[in-house]
Design a protein around this ligand. Structure first.
Ligand SMILES: NC(=O)C1=CN([C@@H]2O[C@H](COP(=O)(O)OP(=O)(O)OC[C@H]3O[C@@H](n4cnc5c(N)ncnc54)[C@H](O)[C@@H]3O)[C@@H](O)[C@H]2O)[C@@H](O)CC1
Ligand SMILES: Nc1ncnc2c1ncn2[C@@H]1O[C@H](COP(=O)(O)OP(=O)(O)O)[C@@H](O)[C@H]1O
Ligand SMILES: [K+]
Length: 511
């Protein structure tokens, strides 16, 4: 699903109004009716007080229409107009008049007003700012936002939490609503998924308000949200008459004394993702452990007892996944650098492989084109330097990816796979996966997919999604705390099956 910028959404609104020959006021009515239907379907007339905080733009206009509809259906409501500017929008004014005609008189709040009482049992509807927010809220509006946040009431935000801009981080994080739930119009917003801004959104849901489908389909976006519909077409089915030679031979290179488990996890994950053959390449001390733990995996060693000192293969691998537990010793770094120079096919580089690159930036130019790099935030910072906020991080990664022609997987709660100017935001995974070795599993999975012929970009997007899904299935059986990296591996098969599951047929109505 595409993630549009604020200005693109505004263009989609305009295009809708023009093509569907409706007025902006009708579009507002349509949007607010969707809000009302969502709320009414859940509350079904429950006796609860809804406190609607409405700004003076179109987001506030949505709030006013919603207030009218709630009132018509007998709900107890209190409407506050957050009067932060004299420049009220046309549709806000129109709906203010309609509200007054329905004998509903809002309280007008300004910088001299007392903060209105909010009980933890109230439901707050937050319609102060929408995607039109373009500067920091002033102090009294910020204080009102903090008051709402401190109220412990359930806060339902219209379109976007007020105070959170659509395409940047908030000027002041205290001055942004922390929404219990966001009902967002038509398309998801990027800020819902970034570590610094996603904290303002506990849960979100799309409301389809019928924006111009042609505009939505034909407009290119910088980011895309990756769910089942996007991943399913990437799947490469296994053929009836195929044999293991058709699915590639992956080599997982890594490990050092005390860190052989990382290679074991990655090799296991690589095999469990469908690689035809998997060989682990480890220092001598890892030989027995891997041979014992993974009978299906072959093992190569170099001469070094505790660390890798020279990397060479007696055959040409389909793909190499490298770096987990390998250490950053100078000898290992030299061996790694020599391998980069000799390789032409795309590789997967993780963990200490990335740390070696950060320590020896001259090696960067030797990374084979279209390789996949899988940094966690700290490794990323070592690689691209620090950033002032999540948006700067994204632009740095885009520049890095373009410069070296590599795919960068920014790992996190919503892992973002970046290739050149485009970012793919993952939707699977959970905090149970914040555990030792889960990154090694991801590297193994991406390597395993590339071995089978998935392109680098597809392997990264598909692997990240499947890894998160395997984690979600694992957590559904044992909870967050007990999930281990090996649990993710044992659920890779379930994740494939869940992905490929046929949707259940709609029950037939009996005549
Ligand atoms: N355009 C359309 O046809 C539709 C718009 N919709 C709603 O309209 C919203 C966008 O509305 P608007 O563009 O009116 O903007 P907002 O309602 O988000 O913002 C209010 C106005 O305040 C001004 N402003 C921005 N930041 C400010 C600040 N910190 N302090 C004081 N004033 C500030 C802006 O210039 C803006 O015009 C969407 O989020 C959505 O809720 C929906 O009704 C669907 C249809
Ligand atoms: N809160 C979270 N929600 C979803 N996924 C997470 C979360 N925390 C970590 N993960 C995932 O777990 C993996 C952790 O990788 P990494 O930090 O490299 O672990 P390790 O180095 O121990 O292998 C990444 O794929 C990341 O996206
Ligand atoms: K809002």
């Amino acid at each position: 699903m595409k993630i549009f910028s604020a200005s693109q959404i505004q263009d989609a609104d305009k295009s809708t109004i023009q093509k569907q020959q409706i007025s902006s006021e009708e579009l507002m009515e349509r949007a607010a009716t969707k809000l009302f239907e969502w709320i009414h379907a859940r509350l079904r007339g429950t006796r609860v007080t809804l406190k609607l905080f409405c700004g003076i733009g179109n987001n506030g206009g949505d709030g006013l229409v919603l207030a009218r509809l709630l009132h018509e259906h007998g709900y107890t409501i209190q409407v506050y107009v957050v009067n932060f500017s004299e420049k009220r929008s046309k549709d806000f004014l129109l709906n203010l008049e309609r509200l007054k005609s329905a004998k509903l008189w809002p309280d007008f709040l300004n910088n001299e007003s007392e903060l209105p009482p909010i009980s933890p049992d109230d439901i707050v509807i937050d319609a102060i700012f929408g995607i039109g927010l373009n500067r920091a809220p002033n102090t009294w509006v910020g204080n009102l936002i903090m008051h709402i946040n401190n109220s412990r009431a359930f806060v339902l935000s219209v379109d976007i939490p007020s105070g959170l801009p659509t395409d940047k981080c908030p000027w002041n994080p205290d001055y942004a609503i922390r929404a219990s739930y966001v009902l967002t119009f038509q398309v998801p917003k990027l800020v819902f998924f970034l570590p610094e801004t996603g904290v303002f959104v506990n849960q979100w849901e799309l409301l389809d308000i019928g924006l111009d489908p042609e505009y939505l389909q034909t407009t290119e976006t910088e980011f895309e949200l990756i769910g089942r519909p996007e991943v399913l077409p990437l799947y490469r089915p296994r053929l009836k008459f195929s044999h293991k030679g058709n699915y590639g031979h992956a080599i997982i290179v890594g490990g050092s004394y005390g860190k052989i488990g990382a290679v074991q996890l990655a090799s296991d994950a690589c095999l469990s993702s469908g690689s035809g053959l998997v060989t682990a390449f480890v220092p001598l001390c890892g030989y027995q452990a891997i041979q014992t733990a993974l009978p299906e995996v072959m093992v190569l060693t170099d001469g070094g007892e505790k660390i890798i000192s020279k990397i060479s293969f007696p055959f040409e691998p389909t793909v190499v996944g490298i770096g987990m537990g390998i250490g950053v010793d100078k000898i290992t770094a030299n061996a790694f650098g020599a391998l980069l120079k000799s390789m032409e096919k795309p590789m997967v580089i993780d963990a200490d492989g990335l740390n070696i690159l950060a320590k020896h930036p001259k090696m960067l130019k030797d990374i084979p084109e279209l390789s996949v790099l899988t940094p966690h935030p700290k490794e990323l910072e070592r690689l691209v330097g620090n950033w002032s906020d999540d948006f700067e991080k994204l632009s740095k990664v885009k520049a890095f990816s373009t410069h070296y022609n590599v795919v960068v997987v920014i790992k996190g709660a919503h892992t973002i796979t970046v290739y050149k100017d485009k970012g793919f935001v993952n939707t699977t995974g959970n905090p149970g996966m914040a555990t030792a070795g889960s990154g090694d599993v991801l590297t193994g999975m991406i390597t395993g997919l590339m071995a089978q012929g998935y392109t680098s970009l597809h392997a990264a997007i598909f692997g990240v999604y499947l890894h998160g899904l395997a984690g979600d299935i694992g957590v559904s059986e044992m909870g967050y705390e007990a999930l281990k990296a090996s649990t993710i591996i044992s659920n890779i098969g379930n994740a494939f099956m869940e992905l490929l599951r046929q949707p259940e047929a709609e029950p037939q109505e009996e005549n």
